[in-house]
Design a protein around this ligand. Structure first.
Ligand SMILES: [Zn+2]
Length: 284
């Protein structure tokens, strides 16, 4: 599943091609992929609008669209969640149709943004900016984004320091911190030297600081490598290219291989239906 670094890479790509672009419409091939509102209203809300910016909160992309002249309802937001397998493609509209292209947003330059999602866990929503909180309460519940200005060790301590839950479960809980999933929580915990099943309330202040620092460092490094593309994940950037951060993974999908820090064999355990990878020696 795309996590913060993959979504941020797509955000940067989108920002480059979409900002200033005038949108000429939208076509919905699979109605259930559009969470809000109905297809014709969604198309009306963005048609003739100009893209002002592309933002991100956790794993959500937010495309801000200025409403057409004469419309007094303010701006619209196109919110996109890539789910398990969602991809966004920017390509000429004349490119052959794709069976999993569930939503198409047309630009004025004869190019379009295609939302392609074979496993259909992703979604697109269009909302008037003033109504986003009501229409998409999921955005309101998100914890701080680690690469935004409002995330520091004090914030992390306040959010997990008193919790008895296991570290990995809390890091993956989007209402605690937004953007981390299965891959990056394993990588962050290894980098911080912490076991995935430690109760969060057992961390001392020094460990909280280390955890905060490694969350920011690992995610930033992964963004600079344009995310991770693994054999079992379908993540690609806006141009269909894979990321490179998988070459730098220290634990994820490396069971049986030696730990780069201490040489011990990386172990895999099942947790919450997912695989968890860690070093039994240098993560304590
Ligand atoms: Zn180790």
């Amino acid at each position: 599943m795309p996590e913060l670094p993959e979504v941020e890479t797509v955000r940067q790509d989108l920002s480059r091609v979409l900002v200033g672009q005038k949108l000429s419409g939208m076509e919905v091939g699979r109605p259930r992929s559009l969470r809000h509102p109905d297809p014709s209203t969604a198309a009306r809300w963005i048609e003739g609008g100009t893209v002002l910016g592309v933002g991100r909160v956790g794993k959500h992309l937010l495309i801000e669209v200025d409403r057409p002249t004469g419309d007094t309802d303010g701006r619209s937001l196109v919110v996109i969640h890539l789910g398990m397998s969602g991809q966004l493609w920017w390509l000429p509209s004349s490119t052959a149709a794709h069976r999993h292209a569930h939503v198409r947003i047309f630009g004025e330059s004869a190019n379009e943004l295609r939302f392609v999602d074979p496993r259909t866990f992703g979604w697109v929503a269009v909302a008037r900016a003033a109504e986003v909180a009501t229409v998409l309460p999921v955005l309101e519940r998100l914890g701080p984004d680690p690469l935004s200005g409002d995330f520091d060790a004090t914030v992390l301590s306040r959010r997990i320091g008193h919790r008895q839950g296991r570290l990995k479960a809390l890091l993956m809980d989007q209402t605690v911190v937004s953007g981390l999933g299965n891959i990056y929580s394993d990588e962050v915990l290894h980098a911080a030297g912490l076991r995935w099943d430690r109760p969060a309330c057992s961390l001392d202040p020094r460990e909280i600081v280390a955890l905060h620092d490694q969350i920011v460092r690992v995610l930033s490094d992964a963004v600079s490598c344009r995310g991770s593309s693994l054999a079992d994940s379908q993540y690609r950037d806006l141009y269909g290219l894979p990321g490179r951060f998988q070459e730098r993974h220290r634990v994820y999908a490396r069971a049986g291989k030696p730990c780069a820090r201490c040489g011990e064999t990386i172990r895999k355990e099942r947790f919450g239906g997912r695989s968890t990878f860690f070093c039994p020696s240098c993560q304590t």
